[in-house]
Design a protein. Structure first.
Length: 105
């Protein structure tokens, strides 16, 4: 599983740091139970798929959720307290703008 970790002595991965320093890595942590690993590992390996990860190259990492949240906070700033109706209105306006642009108004 350490094949996906960055290599070198500066790596956050303890295994890769040990390999770079020529030391045999001894994992002293318990880790996840085997029955949990059987469930989690296939999902992890699907997310690690090279074809899936290629979509995030070339700076195409814009998170649509963050962009939508930015629109919401533009209409209803976090610093102010607003009633539920104002909150709903701001969210609906942000959803329209996010989905249709300014042509939606």
């Amino acid at each position: 599983m350490h094949g996906q970790c960055p290599m070198g002595i500066e790596s956050w991965c303890r295994y890769q740091r040990a390999v770079s320093n020529g030391i045999k890595y001894q994992d002293e942590t318990q880790g996840l139970p085997k029955n949990i690993m059987k469930i989690v590992k296939p999902v992890y390996m699907q997310l690690y798929d090279r074809e899936l990860l290629k979509r995030f190259l070339d700076g195409k990492t814009q998170n649509a959720n963050e962009a939508f949240n930015g629109l919401i906070w533009r209409y209803i700033p976090k610093e102010t307290f607003d009633e539920l109706n104002i909150l709903k209105l701001g969210i609906n306006m942000a959803a329209i703008q996010f989905n249709k642009g300014f042509n939606g108004f």
